[in-house]
Structure formats: C-alpha cells, structure tokens
Design a protein around this ligand. Structure first.
Ligand code: GLA
Length: 385
C-alpha cells in the first residue's frame, strides 16, 4: 500500500505543479493493541504502525507560501504564508494540521520557506487509525528534513500532538509517536510520562486484523475532551499527579468523594495500565490465551466503565469472539465512538473471522465492515528523490 500512495502522490504532483518533486516523506497510521485513553494519564500504550499511511511529495517553490494539493480529497487545494502565527482556515480542516505544524515549528525559531506539496493517503478517514497523526508526522518530518532543522522524530510527534490541541482535540501522545517511531514486526511500548520507548516483537506466528466498522469516529468533539477532564478530576481527588500514579486501593479509598461516573472512568484507566504491562509479558511469551483475556477485559472496560464503544463495535467484537472461539484476542482500538476493532489471530483463523463478519455484521449494523490484514510496519521515512 505504501508504494501505491507514494506513486499517487508523485503522479499528482507532476500533473498539478508541472515539474518533478524532489522529496518524498511518508508516515503510517497505527493500530493500538492495548492501552486506551491511558496516554494522557501519563500511562502505558502498546500500538504498532500499520500498512496504510500518508505520503507527501514536495519541492521548494522559492516563495514564502506552502501550496498544497490533497489528492484524496477531490484534489482540494490550499495555500498559506509560512508564519509563526497560527491562523485556522474556516473550512479546510485537513490543511489546518499543516498550518499549525508550520506555525509551531517557526515558534521554536526555525526558518521555514515555501514548498509545493502533493498529499496522498490510504488510511480510511474516520476509521480510528490515525490519519491526522500520520499527516502531521509526515509533514513535520518533511519540513524538518528539507530545511535541515534536525528535529528529532519524537519532538515532531509532540508538535503533532500540539497541532491537534490547536484544532480542538486535547489528545495524548500515542498516535504521533507510533507514526514517527514504529518499527517493522514490533509493537511499541510507550511510557507516556517519560516518553521512553521499547520495541516489543510481535510473535511471527500471529496476524493483526483490523476491522473497520465504517461507523465514523471523530475525536474533535466534546466526548474525548470530556473523558480527559473526568480523568484529571479523579487524579485530583485521589491526590496524585496523574492516574498513572494511582492504584485501585487508592481509588477505592476516595470512592465516596467522587461521583459514580468519575469512579468508573478512573477504574478503566488504572486497570488498563495494568493490562498493558501484563500484555507485554503475554507477547514476549507468545501466550495468546493470556492476551485474549487481557484484550477482552480491555474492551469490556471501555464499554462499561469508560463508555466509549457503540453497539456496532460491541457487536463486531462479539462476532469475532464467536468465530475464533477460544483465545479470541479482540477489542475496540483507538479513541472510540465508532472506528475499528483489532484482533490478534492465528493465520489459520483469518478466513473464519472474515466469513463470520460477512455473514453477521450487516444484520446488526446495516453496514458492511472493511477487513484489513496487516502486520507491524516501520514509522516515518524521508527520501530525497
Ligand atoms: C486517540 C488519541 C490518542 C489516545 C487514543 C485513545 O487516538 O489521539 O492520544 O488518547 O485516542 O487511547
């Protein structure tokens, strides 16, 4: 897939700008295996980069303007002056991530000049597989590399996170970090407080299956930021810096000082952090039964305590569990309110799962699901053409 979007971007660049591009930048989307809504609580996450992503081809244009072509959004275009002041475009939300990235990089004192850029990506929008993070990371890395700014990839990830905040979503650091720093055949354990990274091998005998419910998820909305506030409030009541520092005993000791919803939000985060650390051992030992137990517990916690699943997603998880039988490692992945489900499966079970989804999902949702088979891919890459 990577090569397809790179080729599409280059072709469109030549057709639109009338010359050959000089640079190619790419960053993948992600699927999170376990550790949901733990990142902004200073906790742990375990995502991996997937085979879909966003490719940019570009060339310096000798002006102070970024001139952009979005191949997959009906060849929509935008242009803006490079400036340290961020000014949002009223309708072109895709371009606002790039406007924000330029402004934030320039605020650090870096000099940035005009580029012509053609963008092409194949992460289904609204699938919960981080299309915006991959756009931020690939563009931040492009600007850094073309202008010799030497911004480390983890700093580009942090800048991408700040772009999201400028656009209304107070997200954590997971999506941008895995897009920037992913490694083929490995999941990435991110300590979201220290930002320490550990690459964890994904057992070669297991496949990663992503099932897009085709119920679009959108994080720029109240629900995500509301969850974050509830978690911060719980941490304050418990008397810790972030929920990462709390245990279930500490939470229970303060149970009567918080409302029931706040209690459940905190319980999700505290137990989820614990599940991530246990999942690392399960991965290391290739223990699919343990992984299945942890992933399903994660799903139930997202459904019942954090309340971020929707009936179609819960239905998909149950269809896949029934199809796999024992050792069904499956859960919703990503921010929630729609999006995708992830399953870690033995290759021999893939066809069974596909058949069950084809037979059952439309009945409960009125929609068809999209099944994506992937493994773990490398993170961001830049090439001078
Ligand atoms: C979104 C956010 C991430 C993370 C997940 C939930 O993908 O961008 O920072 O909070 O939701 O785990």
């Amino acid at each position: 897939m990577t090569d397809v979007v790179k080729g599409k971007s280059k072709e469109a660049f030549i057709a639109h700008f009338g010359c050959e591009p000089e640079y190619l930048s790419y960053a993948p989307g992600r699927v999170n295996l376990i550790g949901e809504h733990t990142d902004y609580n200073d906790g742990f996450v375990l995502p991996c980069a997937i085979k879909f992503g966003t490719a940019l081809t570009a060339k310096k244009n000798g002006t102070n303007k970024m001139r952009l072509l979005a191949v997959d959004i009906n060849n929509d275009t935008d242009e803006f002056e490079c400036s340290a002041t961020y000014t949002a475009h009223p309708t072109k939300t895709w371009a606002n991530y790039l406007r924000a990235m330029v402004a934030l990089i320039m605020q650090k004192g870096h000099k940035v000049e005009g580029l012509d850029v053609a963008i092409s990506g194949d992460i289904p929008l609204g699938s919960g597989l981080s299309s915006s993070a991959s756009l931020e990371v690939t563009f931040g890395n492009l600007v850094s590399q073309v202008f010799g700014l030497n911004i480390p990839l983890q700093e580009i990830a942090l800048t991408g996170q700040a772009c999201e905040a400028l656009n209304g979503c107070k997200c954590g650091i997971m999506d941008q970090t895995i897009s920037a720093c992913g490694k083929a055949d490995h999941a990435l354990l991110i300590d979201c407080r220290s930002l320490e990274l550990k690459h964890i091998p994904v057992p070669a005998e297991l496949d990663i299956l992503i099932v897009n419910s085709n119920c679009k998820h959108a994080l720029v909305g109240g629900e995500y930021n509301e969850r974050r506030e509830q978690c911060e409030n719980a941490a304050k009541i418990i008397g810790v810096k972030a929920l990462r520092d709390a245990t279930m005993d500490m939470l229970n000791a303060k149970k009567d000082q918080m409302d029931e919803v706040t209690y459940r939000r905190a319980r999700h985060v505290i137990t989820e952090d614990d599940r991530v650390l246990k999942a690392i051992d399960a991965f290391k030992q290739g223990d699919l039964a343990k992984l299945a137990e942890l992933m399903y517990a994660s799903h139930c916690s997202m459904r019942d305590d954090f309340e971020i699943t929707i009936p179609e997603i819960d239905g998909l998880v149950e269809i896949i569990r029934k199809a796999i039988g024992e050792n069904a490692a499956v859960r919703m992945t990503g921010g929630g309110f729609g999006g995708s489900v992830v399953a870690v499966v033995e290759p021999a079970k893939v066809e069974q799962v596909k058949a069950a989804i084809d037979a059952e999902y439309e009945k409960i949702s009125g929609k068809k699901a999209t099944i994506i088979e992937t493994h773990a891919f490398d993170g961001a890459a830049f090439t001078k053409l």
